[in-house]
Ligand binder design. Structure first.
Ligand SMILES: Cc1ncc(COP(=O)(O)O)c(C=O)c1O
Length: 378
């Protein structure tokens, strides 16, 4: 194995993270909803134009909050793309929902909107979608179907902060959206997330659910003279120290996004000819989508070549990874009736996808080593 290695991911500080964390401690407010949490909320509300933003301890928890807010009950069905992280589905299954796994489009790897209408039943309570790699789903058609059938849409926007579809930010289409600030994301606090709320009717209950089912937020605004248990809920708010770290990253939005754009474009330009010559598919970005440059992936011709490339890159000190396994074929997915052949595009893509190293301070020389190793593979 090569002495020098290029990690798949490396979380880095980009601005005032240490200073702001120190300030958070000096503020003597290190629990949730302190000054830095409020700055993050205002940032998202102003930049994205959402009705309300609430930081959460993870994207998983933001999704759990959305399932509670939609009053998902046992017996309800929820449409989920088959190609996603387990949290997208688990949050709804926790409330008793039956997941209906929908296959993805072979180009963007997003939920295949042409299959959506046929999958709806009178029990369908929500459509949960993922903007894979931050490339927008076909929102016009999805929102049209959801509106006609009066079904809520939740956007799992874990990958897609600052991505746009037809000029409008991802996360602003559904009644709610979840964000992730896990260390693998463009903007991070180590672990973290946010619930973005576009439906004003959901805001007050969201505050209650996030604060252990209490009306504490109303109490702090002086709207009630004591706070008490008013609903179900949990503890979904992060420490202000984490919010301080996150805010420092958000302040560097331009710098982070500029660098990631350069990395993504260099990969694309440097690998295009090789990919064409070797039957490898590169990411597809439709003209009406602006991507936030979150992931760079290759779709190899088959599983064997994908596994060989991962091993070859590792021998050359380059760490690459694959994801996601088809949900319907997982142990849990099979309990909901999933069987081979149900979602053929996901089954195929899942075998062939490989993600290349991509992080906020990936240097040109390290990236050149990655591309050299890939193109020498064959
Ligand atoms: C599509 C998607 N949704 C949800 C999550 C969960 O995010 P978190 O780790 O912040 O809970 C991830 C994690 O990477 C993800 O990729």
């Amino acid at each position: 194995m090569s002495e020098l290695k290029v990690d798949f991911n490396r979380p880095v500080t980009v601005g005032n993270e240490f200073e702001y964390m120190k300030q958070a401690i000096e503020n003597r407010h290190i629990s949730g909803d302190g000054p830095f949490t409020k700055k993050c909320h205002a940032f998202f509300e102003n930049e994205l134009g959402v009705q309300k933003a609430l930081l959460t301890t993870s994207c998983t928890h933001a999704l759990e909050m959305s399932a509670i807010l939609l009053e998902i009950q046992p017996g309800d069905e929820v449409i989920i793309p088959d190609f996603t992280f387990v949290s997208t589905v688990n949050a709804f299954v926790l409330r008793g929902a039956r997941p209906v796994f929908l296959d993805i489009r072979p180009d963007t790897l997003n939920l295949d909107e042409s299959k959506l209408e046929a999958a709806l039943t009178p029990r369908t309570k929500a459509i949960v979608l993922v903007h894979y790699a931050g490339v927008g789903c076909e929102m016009d058609m999805i929102m049209d179907i959801a509106t006609r059938y009066n079904i809520a849409v939740v956007e799992d926007n874990a990958h897609g902060l600052f991505g746009k579809y037809k000029g409008k930010y991802l996360g602003t289409f559904g009644s709610m959206a979840s964000q992730s600030f896990h260390e693998t994301k463009n903007f991070t606090s180590g672990e973290g997330g946010a619930l973005l709320i576009n439906d004003p009717a959901l805001v007050e209950r969201a505050e209650v659910i996030r604060e252990k089912g209490t009306n504490r937020a109303r109490f702090f605004r002086g709207q009630v003279d004591k706070y008490t248990w008013v609903d179900i809920g949990s503890s979904y708010l992060p420490s202000d120290i984490l919010a301080a770290f996150l805010f420092a990253q958000l302040e560097q939005r331009e710098k982070i996004q500029m660098h990631r754009k350069q990395v993504w474009e260099l990969y694309y330009a440097g690998l295009k000819d090789w990919a064409d010559a070797h039957g490898v598919q590169l990411p597809c970005i439709p003209s009406d989508c602006e991507q936030p440059y979150h992931i760079f992936y290759l779709l190899l011709p088959n599983l064997e070549l994908r596994q060989k490339l991962i091993a070859y890159l590792l021998e050359h000190g380059v760490y690459s990874v694959f994801h996601y396994l088809p949900l319907h074929l997982s142990e849990m997915g099979r309990r909901f009736g999933g069987k081979p052949g149900d979602c053929p595009v996901t089954e195929d893509v899942s075998d062939r996808l490989l993600r290349l190293p991509f992080y906020n301070d990936l240097s040109e020389s390290d990236q050149a080593r990655v591309m050299e190793a890939v193109t020498k593979f064959g």
